[in-house]
Ligand binder design. Structure first.
Ligand SMILES: Cc1cc2nc3c(=O)[nH]c(=O)nc-3n(C[C@H](O)[C@H](O)[C@H](O)COP(=O)(O)OP(=O)(O)OC[C@H]3O[C@@H](n4cnc5c(N)ncnc54)[C@H](O)[C@@H]3O)c2cc1C
Length: 300
């Protein structure tokens, strides 16, 4: 099989990369997904080699950050998954700008910004993704999005490294230019913040975190909000009005705490998830005439 040939090349030529087979469920917050090949490179040179080996043998590849916005097929991913855990995990400070490696978690960046007395990320505190994944999706919450504070992004495309300022990245609601282009890896995100008293930042962050924990099912595996917001109407309200809270397919359930979330009660499958999504879309369309679109990304 060609995929095994790619794995062989990676093992032979990227000695510092960790290569293994694992269930994708161990790499996603919703704990769903079948057996797949994972590679953890620890330098840019190896990443470029890995992508080129995939291209040579026509094997697809994908990048994951913290796996908090993806739902993967029960059969696994039919290519090579590149994890950015070991590379791009530094943060540097340059005045009021933080230069953040793409693999760093938003939690860590928010905490560090607070310690430096830099404001701008408070509303995003508690989003469990990496900064690379956050920019890819233009993650946001409570009226703010990462795009509000991004100054520029360093990324890899066709073996070359580019830097683009935020205005060129089309950072709009749950969208960035990176979603439209194959083969891009976000390497570093520069975040422009403003000085503010640490205690004010801390208070705001904990207020936001409390709001999240009070309203969202953080104690259960999920992939966050399943559907995109429609104009200014919260999707969770539309779903709730259809009486769908608590409805299950297999071990996937519309959260009883927040109808916009689907939680995994134990052994949920991707098939359960997709069936429940279709059911919610059907009922919401029948009752409200609104076609819900997924915010989570399905991977196969
Ligand atoms: C409990 C919970 C609460 C959440 N709350 C919110 C919220 O309030 N607001 C919100 O917007 N989201 C929320 N999410 C969803 C999710 O955390 C965000 O979308 C987050 O930004 C995804 O980052 P990630 O690193 O987990 O990305 P992943 O899930 O790993 O990947 C998502 C996509 O980004 C791509 N990607 C990731 N890293 C890179 C990279 N370096 N270069 C190129 N492509 C990359 C992947 O290929 C994939 O297509 C929540 C999720 C959970 C589980």
């Amino acid at each position: 099989m060609k995929i095994k040939e790619v794995i062989r090349k990676i093992k032979k030529n990227c000695k510092q990369a960790k290569v293994y087979k694992d269930n994708f469920s161990n790499h996603t917050s919703i704990k769903i997904g079948g057996e797949s090949y994972f590679v953890e490179p620890n330098n840019l040179g190896d990443i470029i080699k890995i992508i080129n080996y995939c291209k040579q043998d026509n094997i697809k590849h994908m990048i994951i950050g913290n796996g908090t916005n993806i739902v993967v097929s029960d059969k696994g991913y039919g290519g090579i998954v590149i994890l950015l855990k070991k590379v791009f995990c530094n943060i540097e400070k340059d005045g009021d700008t933080l230069l953040c490696g793409a693999g760093v978690s938003l939690f860590r960046i928010c905490d560090l910004a607070k310690d430096y007395g830099l404001s701008g990320l408070e509303n995003l505190y508690g989003i469990p993704g990496s900064i690379g994944g956050a920019v890819y999706m233009n993650a946001g919450a409570y009226g703010a999005s990462i795009g509000d504070v991004v100054k520029g992004v360093l990324y890899l495309k066709n073996d070359k490294v580019y830097y683009d300022k935020a205005k060129r990245l089309d950072l709009s609601y749950r969208h960035s230019i990176f979603m439209e282009q194959n083969d891009i890896i976000i390497l570093r995100v520069d975040i422009q913040l403003v000085p503010l008293d640490k205690s004010i930042i801390k208070e705001k962050m904990f207020e936001i975190l409390k709001k999240r924990y009070d309203s969202q099912p953080y104690n259960m595996p999920s992939a966050g909000s399943v559907f995109k917001r429609i104009d200014n109407v919260p999707v969770s309200k539309l779903i709730d009005q259809c009486g769908l809270k608590g409805v299950s397919v297999g071990d996937c359930q519309v959260s009883t705490k927040h109808a916009g979330f689907i939680v995994n009660k134990g052994h949920a499958t991707c098939k359960d998830f997709q069936e429940l999504v279709k059911y919610i879309q059907k009922i919401v369309f029948e009752k409200h005439g609104i076609a819900l679109q997924c915010e989570v990304i399905f991977i196969k």
